[in-house]
Design a binder for this molecule. Sequence first.
Ligand code: HEM
Ligand SMILES: [Ca+2]
Ligand SMILES: [Ca+2]
Length: 300
Amino acid sequence: QGTRVGFYSYTCPEVESIVKETVTDHFNSNPTIAPGLLRMHFHDCFVRGCDASILLTGSSTERTAGPNSLLRGYEVIDDAKTRLEAACPGVVSCADILALAARDSTKGASWKVPTGRRDGRVSLASETANLPASRDSIDLQKQKFADKGLNDQDLVALVGGHTIGTSACQFFRDRLFNFNMTTGNGADPSIDPAFLPQLQALCPQNGDANRRVALDTGSPNTFDASFFKNLKNGRGILQSDQKLWEDASTRSYVQRFLGIRGLQGLNFNVEFGRSMVKMSNIGVKTCTEGEIRRVCSAIN
Ligand code: HEM
Ligand SMILES: [Ca+2]
Ligand SMILES: [Ca+2]
C-alpha cells in the first residue's frame, strides 16, 4: 500500500503521543470533536483518497460543500500540526495526523495505523457529490464502498462508526412524518413503533432542523456494538443505517457483530480497526507524490 506502521519512528518518534495528547486536550473541553474527527477522516478518504484534501480552505474547496458543512474538529488537526512542527518540522503530513486522530477519537477500538501518507494539493467542492448519503439505497451504499475497494463487511463495520456521535434532525426527519412510500404520508414502517414517539419528540415536524440526536441511542459516547443492537430493534436513526438490517445481505453482518447464535461471530471493535486500515489506505499519496504541508489548511 505504501504506508506502514512506524513510518516516523526515526524522523518523528513522538508523533503518535503528540496527536493523542492533542485529541485528548480538545476532547476534554468538547467531547463532540471525537465523532467529528472520525467522520472527517471518512470524508477525506472518500474524495481523492486520504490526502487531507478535506482540510484545505478557500472558495469551492471540499469543506465548503454541503455534505461537509457539519464536519467538526478542524482546529484539532491544526493544533496537532502546530505542535508537530515544533517537535519535528516539515516531517508529518496532515493526512497522517487526521488518520491518527480518527483512531484516537474512538477510544475503545484501537488499532495500529500505518503512516506515510502525503498531502494532496487539490480540493474541489464538486467532488463531494458522490459521498454516501443517508437516503442512499443499500445497493448504492455497497456500490460507493466497492468503488473504493471496500466490501460489504467493510461497509457494515465502518457504518458502525455511528456507535458514537450525533445527527442533525434534517437528515432523518422525513422518516418520522412524511415518508414517501406508495402509501403516501406516515412514518417509515421500519421504525420500532415504541421508539417513534421518542424520535418525534426529539425532532418535531416544525422544530429546529439542526437539533442533534444520538446515532446510537443509549450509547452515544462508547465505542461498542450497541449500534447494531439498535438496528436489530428498529432503532436506527438514519434510513441508511436501518437498511443495513432491512436488507438480508447486510443483515447477516449485523447479526455476526451481535454474536447471534448459529452464525460465525465477528468482534466489532477488531473488525472496525481492520476495515479502518483499509479505508485509511484509499488512494494514498506516497514517495514523490503530493507534499508535506506546512499548515494543514493550505497547500505550500
Ligand atoms: C453509508 C455510509 C454513511 C452515511 C450515509 C453516513 C451519513 C451520516 C450522516 C447523515 C451523519 C449526520 C451528520 C450531522 O448531522 O452532522 C453522520 C454522522 C456521523 N458519521 Fe456517518 N455516514 C456513513 C458512513 C460513516 C463512516 C464509514 C464513518 C466512519 C468510519 C462515519 C462516521 C460518522 C460519525 C462518527 C458521525 C457523527 C458525527 C458527529 O457527531 O459530529 N459515517 N453520518
Ligand atoms: Ca481526500
Ligand atoms: Ca455506542
